[in-house]
Ligand binder design. Sequence first.
Ligand SMILES: *[C@@H]1O[C@H](CO)[C@@H](O)[C@H](O)[C@H]1NC(C)=O
Ligand SMILES: *[C@@H]1O[C@H](CO)[C@@H](O)[C@H](O)[C@H]1NC(C)=O
Ligand SMILES: *[C@@H]1O[C@H](CO)[C@@H](O)[C@H](O)[C@H]1NC(C)=O
Length: 147
Amino acid sequence: MIHHIFVVTFLVSLLHLHIKADSQVRHVPTQPPPDSRPVFTYAICNNIQRPHFTESIQLKVIPHLYLIDYMEIACKTASDRFTKFSATYYPSVPGYFIDSINGLAGNWADNKTYWRLLNNNSSTSVGASDLDPKPGDNVVFMFTKAG
Ligand SMILES: *[C@@H]1O[C@H](CO)[C@@H](O)[C@H](O)[C@H]1NC(C)=O
Ligand SMILES: *[C@@H]1O[C@H](CO)[C@@H](O)[C@H](O)[C@H]1NC(C)=O
Ligand SMILES: *[C@@H]1O[C@H](CO)[C@@H](O)[C@H](O)[C@H]1NC(C)=O
C-alpha cells in the first residue's frame, strides 16, 4: 500500500516536471506555435446577384486533397456559412464543373453567369478537382458575369 502511494507520488512529480519542462520549451522561438500550421484561405464571393454574400475560411493543407475535397470539408466544419455545392463530372475534361454554391447556380444561357475560380486573384489553369492548394494560397470562387 505504502509502496503504491510512493509510486503514484513519484509519477505525479515526474509528470509535474515534464509539464514544467514543456512550458519552458514553448517559449523557444524555433518551436512553431500550434496555430501556425500550414493553411490556405478558401472563400466564396457573390457581388452580382442578390442576396450578395462573401464567406471565407482558413483550412489546413492536407497532402493529396484537391479543392473539391476542401469544399466538402468547409461544408462539414462551417455548415452555417458553407451550406452546400453541386458539381457535374465531365469525363472528356476529365473533371468536375461547379454548378452551384450555397444554392446559387450560374446561368450561362440567360446571362453568362458562372462560378469563376481564382487563386491569389488570378484565374487558375485547372478546375476544382485538380487544384491542390498550397500554404498561403488565397483560393476564391467568384460569382462572375462573362462578357
Ligand atoms: C440571370 O438570369 C436568371 C434567370 O433569369 C436570373 O434569376 C438572375 O437574376 C440573372 N442574374 C444576373 C446577374 O443578371
Ligand atoms: C487580391 O486583390 C486584392 C485587391 O483587389 C488585394 O487586397 C489582395 O491582397 C489580393 N490578394 C492576393 C493574395 O493577391
Ligand atoms: C499565393 O500567395 C501566397 C502568399 O504570397 C504564396 O505563398 C503562394 O505561393 C501563392 N500561390 C500561388 C499559386 O501563386
